[in-house]
Ligand binder design. Sequence first.
Ligand SMILES: *Cc1c(COP(=O)(O)O)cnc(C)c1O
Length: 450
Amino acid sequence: MKTIIEPFRIKSVEPITMTTPQEREQHLTEAGFNLFLLRARHVLIDLLTDSGTGAMSAEQWAGIMRGDESYAGADSFFRFEKTLRDITGFKNILPTHQGRASERILFQLVGGEGKVVPNNTHFDTTLANIEHSGALAVNLPIPEGMDPKNRHPFKGNMDIQALEALIAEVGADNIPVVMLTITNNSGGGQPVSLENIRAVRAVCQKHGLPFYLDACRFAENAWFIKMREEGQRDRPVREIVREIFDLSDGATISAKKDGMVNMGGVLLMRDDNLFQEATNLLILTEGYITYGGLAGRDLEAMAQGFEEILREDYLQYRIRSTAYLGERLLDMGVQIIEPPGGHAIYVDAAAFCPHIPAEQFPGQAVVCGLYREGGIRACEIGSVMFGQHETPSMELVRLAIPRRVYTQSHIDYVLEVFEALFARSDSLRGMRIIKEPPALRHFTARFAEI
Ligand SMILES: *Cc1c(COP(=O)(O)O)cnc(C)c1O
């Protein structure tokens, strides 16, 4: 069969309702043209993020009922720990309430003034946590990763020469960890090859540096390796995943992505001493070691989610359905980051409305346009998100696909809205910020149209 169907059927539904153009205009104005400040009930198709927005399976809901809510030593923790041990091979495993909690614990321990942390591309919360510790976050993507039209199969790769140059420049003593984000979210949801992961590992080994993964989408990344990397096609995804984790010394994971839960995170550490320190910090700020700021039922759902994500029929459908959206957009002339990524399609907003300069936030103009046109919520990833820190090389709009939530007809509707907006893209207006917080401004800034 040619059609790759959703490998599930729907057991529980949630209505979504359309608003009128007048209502959307009012909602947008009240939200200060910041889609994060909209009420979710006023959104028809919500592509703001794939984080914590997925649908849980019947087995996960069953786990919710089974959850052991004992303060210490709950069965649910041991099921969670066993699952993560089986998948990653790590002995030292902590639950946290979400990915940034894992990042905060890690960088509170290894960050600080004078330290430098390289990554292929830091995710926004990773960057903010590193800087909050006083350290410097450095992005080292391969040059192909910066070119929207380049169809390199692993555009998420780290530039190995640039990593070597950075180590030579700042000194290995000042680099507490080297990180690699799989898949590279801020770099377009692009995968990292096994070859590149091995190469980063080798550089780290040579200089005695710990190698950490930001492993939020480890399964999607492994699927790309299986599909695109020579000699990997016949390996089970589970085996590729295990090799990736075997190469690393630790990982921060948001379980809201490939963990398929609405809330949860994981921190993995090879080093027993560091793990002991992390455990102490966890107890101080998140909760006891067998719940880490979560309910027992959350740990059950996570354990089940991390199993389900490795199902290859799911991964095939997941990556194919994201590609479907991306390929149709390309067909209608909308430039996206090519090739389509794993969890999201990234539209080149600078190309979508070339009349709007970067300092007037073309990405923000496009996300407001999509909401006005059809009640779709997308996320700006450009000068609004990163402009307080640096000048980003691309102005992007991310269409993130929640896991197991929308069907193909929802996506066909999104494509129709895009077609209409693209036809009148020259009428989109630039934006200016009228109010912003000191960091992570995209969440709460307010805008006015120019
Ligand atoms: C979501 C995400 C994080 C942060 O996780 P939260 O659960 O949102 O705190 C970190 N890194 C990457 C790559 C992510 O996608």
